[in-house]
Ligand binder design. Structure first.
Ligand code: HEM
Ligand SMILES: *[C@@H]1O[C@H](CO)[C@@H](O)[C@H](O)[C@H]1NC(C)=O
Length: 538
């Protein structure tokens, strides 16, 4: 026993020691002149003495956001660095300009990340993963010249093409229109009357009702009607995404696996039902129909069916993955914006006035969406929430030859990592001018507002951001769902504040950000958010 204790103590001291030495070396290397090879600079390596631990200090595990915000030498550099994690080398790029250059690199891709997530989090079997491993044709209409993959197996392109049609192309306007009506109906129909009632957890309203409205708009009404727990299961899986990603086995995470099984089962059932009940005559002029909900799914099924090994299970896994990607960030952001609006009475007045000005019809609470999206305070809340609540990384793999990014050499087959968090939390950017009295951690909409030349009219401005605000990525690597996300978040806030009064009862400490899904985008709060809520008389 004593021997074991001594041994463990020794291990702990050695590990801490190695971390410190590592860190010191790392900092040292960063201040030296970078090595130059054939005219290109090599990002300095933050040395790693024990490869299994890499260079990531342990703080990353217990306070990842704190680590990112304090890791000045790793994530706040204007110069790129290299870090080793396990057997992989990460090229870490920071600074608005450098990130800007990276985002213009066409050959970088999320595709490898997709494959890993599909495998680990959504359970994709090796037979289907083969399609991913073989597809080297890229995400653009014209396949890369070196590629010889069959046209029907161009999975990266087929997924990108269908996403783009839905979110940036012909599918977008009808999708928004459906969502406006499903969300309005659902929020109006909440069983909340004109006297105060207590909700134990405001978050659940977003997880359930916002998600359900989005599913109704995206896949028709069958899914949620037949499988009312779909949204809960989706968020249970989301909350356990790290466990799944690192491969925690089923017996150690039974709830997460059960939630995934149930969600996949629901999607499979809906798919089967939709195939049986689809009626070409019911397709409207936009190409959508009430059974599949949207042309999006028909296009995907048509394409997936031509790929070897893509059976009903594999299709359901893809569907769950994309639904997860399309919902969690926007829904969590919706929650935070509503919370901010309800917490501050002055702000709430402005929000309600701006929303009211966009009402086309009071009786069915119909807003002019286009006008709503241009209201200054609504936009400021949206932008400030994303600035503060994003806890994400952009990670890309590149496999089409060495890269030269602003003179920095990145050899082929490596991972590139950046994060918008440092830029979002940089006092040099956000605390200038009128922002000087408002620390970066503070939610302050003034950063995004100014008066027009007439001195009266409030306008939304991104002047202060100086390009550092990038929750969605940018250039060639930008979220295709950003317009939908903005619509959902601003419409959600307009509807909630117009329909309801709400007082936050929860302790501030419950409202701190949860780190359970750190790295994937907008997180939720750590604790339950109790509120009292009542219907407003319009
Ligand atoms: C606040 C909410 C959101 C944030 C912060 C966000 C952020 C991002 C980011 C950073 C990417 C990676 C871009 C890249 O590296 O290429 C991404 C990808 C994507 N997003 Fe979003 N997103 C949000 C909401 C949405 C919504 C509401 C939808 C759809 C309705 C959506 C659909 C997608 C899709 C389909 C991709 C995959 C693109 C691809 O790999 O081809 N996102 N998002
Ligand atoms: C947001 O994300 C978390 C994971 O951090 C999830 O469990 C939570 O319930 C989500 N929902 C909202 C509305 O914040």
């Amino acid at each position: 026993m004593v021997m074991i204790e001594i041994y463990v103590t020794y291990l702990i001291i050695a590990t801490i020691g190695i971390c410190l030495v590592n860190y010191w070396y790392g900092i040292h290397a960063l201040h030296e002149k970078p090595r130059v090879k054939r005219g290109m600079k090599i990002p300095p390596l933050v040395p790693s003495l024990i490869p299994p631990l890499g260079t990531l200090p342990l703080k990353m595990l217990w306070n990842p956001r704190g680590f990112v915000l304090s890791a000045k030498h790793l994530l706040w550099n204007s110069r790129p660095v290299r870090a080793r994690i396990l057997t992989q080398t990460l090229y870490i790029f920071q600074g608005t300009e450098t990130i800007g250059s990276i985002l213009k690199e066409r050959s970088l891709s999320l595709f490898a990340v997709h494959a890993i997530l599909l495998r680990r989090v959504f359970g994709l079997p090796p037979s289907a993963l083969r399609i991913y491993a073989h597809d080297n044709s890229g995400g653009f209409p014209r396949p890369y010249p070196e590629s010889n993959v069959e046209p029907q197996n161009r999975i990266e392109y087929l997924i990108r093409r269908t996403n783009q049609r839905l979110l940036l192309g012909a599918g977008f306007a009808p999708f928004v229109k459906r969502f406006q009506s499903t969300l309005t109906e659902r929020l109006q129909a909440l069983s909340i009357r004109s006297h105060w009632v207590k909700l134990d957890d405001f978050v659940q309203l977003f997880n359930n009702d916002f998600t359900a409205s989005m599913m109704d708009a995206l896949c028709g009404k069958y899914l949620i009607r037949q499988h009312p727990n779909f949204a809960i299961n989706l968020f249970t899986l989301d909350d356990n995404v790290w466990k799944m990603l690192v491969g925690v086995p089923r017996f150690l995470a039974p709830r997460a696996y059960a939630a995934r099984d149930a969600a996949l089962g629901a999607l499979k059932d809906w798919n089967t039902w939709a195939r049986e009940h689809f009626d070409p005559a019911a397709v409207n002029s936009d190409g959508d129909d009430p059974v599949w909900g949207s042309k999006y799914w028909r296009d995907r099924v048509d394409a997936f069916q031509q790929i070897e090994g893509f059976d009903a299970d594999v299709i359901a896994m893809h569907d769950l993955a994309v639904i997860w990607g399309m919902t969690t960030n926007g829904i969590n952001t919706s929650f935070w914006t509503c919370l901010e609006a309800f917490k501050d009475q002055e702000l709430l007045k402005l929000v309600r006035a701006e929303a009211r000005a966009c009402l086309i019809s009071e009786s069915d609470v119909k807003f002019d969406i286009d006008r709503l999206l241009h209201q200054p305070v609504l936009q400021a809340i949206y932008a400030e929430t994303l600035r503060l609540r994003i806890n994400g990384f952009f990670v890309w793999y590149q496999s089409r030859g060495d890269l030269n990014v602003d003179g920095w050499h990145i050899p082929n087959k490596n991972w590139i990592l950046t994060t918008p968090m440092s830029g979002h939390m940089d006092p040099e950017i956000w605390c200038r001018g009128a922002g000087v009295d408002h620390p970066v951690e503070e939610f302050w909409v003034g950063r995004w507002l100014k008066y027009a030349d007439d001195g009266q009219t409030l306008i939304f401005t991104t002047e202060m951001a100086k390009g550092a605000w990038m929750p969605y990525g940018g250039a060639l690597h930008i979220c295709p769902g950003r317009y939908f996300a903005k619509t959902m978040i601003i419409l959600g806030m307009a509807l909630m504040t117009t329909l309801y009064d709400c007082e936050v009862l929860a302790d501030e400490k419950n409202l701190r950000m949860s780190m359970r899904t750190f790295g994937f985008g907008t997180v939720g709060p750590v604790g339950k958010v109790s509120v009292r809520i009542r219907r407003r008389v319009l």
